[in-house]
Design a protein around this ligand. Structure first.
Ligand SMILES: [Zn+2]
Length: 65
């Protein structure tokens, strides 16, 4: 199972970031890294990362590929 995520799907539509993760833990790691480098989030907590993943799930955009 792999998961496709894009920042645009959770409201950051000016960010062109898209990624494919092997599972939610992998996605969480990639997102934390992306938040620091691109969105200037100094400490991407688990709460923030989980929230983004949940939003992507609920919008139906966290596609299983
Ligand atoms: Zn982004």
């Amino acid at each position: 199972m792999s998961l496709k995520f894009s920042c645009a799907s959770v409201g950051a539509d000016t960010c062109g970031f898209k990624t494919v993760a092997t599972d939610k833990a992998d996605l969480a790691r990639q997102l934390a890294d992306h938040l620091v480098t691109v969105h200037a989030v100094k400490t991407p907590t688990q709460t923030i990362v989980r929230y983004l993943i949940k939003m992507a799930e609920e919008s139906g955009s966290l596609q299983k590929a």
